[in-house]
Design a protein around this ligand. Structure first.
Ligand code: MG
Length: 234
């Protein structure tokens, strides 16, 4: 188990960390103990949810006005409340241009995520052909955008905005607290690296995955809940 620190500043990823991984991302409900636990923690400590999801969409799973970082670092705000977007005009225009030029293929699905978007191709017949066409489409990608390839999905987002840059901004506002970051995604590694570069105590925890630069590991949401409970006086 990771250590319990005195003055934590929590950063908690959602999918895979607070909510078990499910096949249908629209059905990713939190672990049953999570809503109550978050309410208790949030009353005592600063708590930030960190997610790749659009924060407006996250509100349907987590119906609490918690502070949150969304779209892998491109959004910041309150779940179910005000959300600010960090994006240059140049990146917004490039995204618009690519959005209108997605290769037309049967089975392709475009998911709008705030101002960025993802192209899902799990529904196409010939996956490698679809990947080749998508790669060609992204051949001349401008520097202002990043591409993230996932499981039969490719996502475009503004570059230079990561969970790491977003977390850094928040950490700077809490100089006396110990950041405690729990996440299960590759994109959480950016945040682990940023935190470990700070000249202060930090607790970095990778959930599920062994290959990580985090200092500690937990097996899944069940263990996450067990660990977070240790911050709640009994
Ligand atoms: Mg996750």
């Amino acid at each position: 188990m990771p250590p319990v620190v005195d003055d934590p500043l929590f950063f908690l990823d959602y999918d895979g960390t607070l909510a078990p991984i499910v096949d249908d991302p629209d059905a990713a409900v939190p672990h049953p103990d999570v809503p109550g636990l978050l309410r208790t923690l949030d009353a005592q400590y600063p708590v930030w949810i960190v997610t790749g999801r659009d924060l407006h969409a996250l509100a349907s799973f987590l119906d609490q006005p918690l502070r949150a970082i969304g779209l892998h670092g491109a959004q910041r705000g309150i779940i179910g409340g005000d959300v600010e977007q960090f994006m240059s005009e140049e990146a917004a225009q490039a995204l618009d241009r690519l959005h209108t030029s997605v290769p037309a293929m049967d089975g392709i699905e475009i998911e709008q995520k705030g101002q960025s978007f993802a192209v899902h191709y799990r529904g196409v017949d010939r996956v490698s052909e679809a990947e080749a066409r998508l790669e060609r489409w992204l051949d001349d990608l401008p520097d202002v955008l990043d591409v993230i390839w996932g499981k039969k999905v490719v996502e475009l987002r503004p570059s230079g905005l990561t969970k790491g840059t977003a977390v850094q901004r928040v950490v700077g506002q809490h100089p006396a607290r110990t950041p405690v970051y729990l996440g299960d995604d590759t994109t959480d590694e950016d945040a682990f690296a940023v935190l470990q570069d700070l000249d202060r105590e930090v607790v970095t925890v990778r959930v599920r995955e062994e290959d990580t630069c985090a200092d500690y590991r937990l097996a899944g949401p069940e263990e996450v809940v067990t660990y977070l409970r240790r911050y709640v006086p009994s």
